[in-house]
Design a protein around this ligand. Structure first.
Ligand SMILES: [Fe+2]
Length: 181
């Protein structure tokens, strides 16, 4: 655990006999809001190595760790942003669960158009392009049919974005996006 600040180690217990935590009654309606600083996504896929190669090629992710049944990938900063886990044989894509995972890009709609051209030139299945009033979304699928969205915000102020999204009831209109090559 070298390198981990002391405070972060407190309360950890590796392998020692697990005791059931004592109940401390919280006041009713107490909310402890997690302060989320980053998210990561973990997906079941048919073949983690095949998918990892696709993620590296299409989204530029780099492999940071791998095990017999998984590959961890990073966009470049964090130890992992996406984990690909071997699904059971014959597993099918279901109707419940993840609908899509959105990735807000740095840049504007022209940067999104360049990414659109890149996806098309790699033969990636692009599902739709959508105007959300606060940004433009470009939806596509990985080799197992997991849907992703690359989106470029056109309203860059978050307070204004929340206001517009609420006022227009989370709009989702098809939009023609011209790919740039
Ligand atoms: Fe989205």
């Amino acid at each position: 655990m070298a390198g981990i600040p002391r405070d972060h180690r407190r309360g950890l217990d590796h392998g020692r006999r697990r005791r059931r935590p004592r109940r401390h009654p919280l006041k009713e309606h107490t909310v402890i809001k997690p302060v989320v600083v980053r998210t990561h996504l973990s997906l079941f896929v048919r073949d983690p190595e095949t998918s990892a190669a696709w993620y590296a090629d299409v989204l530029g992710l780099e492999v940071t760790a791998r095990g017999p049944q998984w590959v961890f990938l990073s966009f470049g900063r964090k130890h992992h942003d996406i984990a690909l886990i071997q699904a059971e044989d014959g597993a099918a894509h279901g109707g419940l669960g993840l609908q899509h995972y959105g990735l807000e890009i740095q840049g504007d709609v022209d940067d999104l158009r360049r990414l659109y051209g890149m996806l098309l030139s790699k033969g990636v299945k692009v599902v739709k392009t959508t105007d959300h009033k606060v940004g433009i979304g470009l939806y596509f699928e990985d080799p197992d049919g997991n849907r992703f969205e690359l989106f470029a915000e056109t309203v860059t102020d978050d307070d204004e974005g929340r206001r517009i999204l609420g006022e227009h009831n989370a709009p989702s209109e098809p939009v023609e996006l011209e790919p740039l090559y």
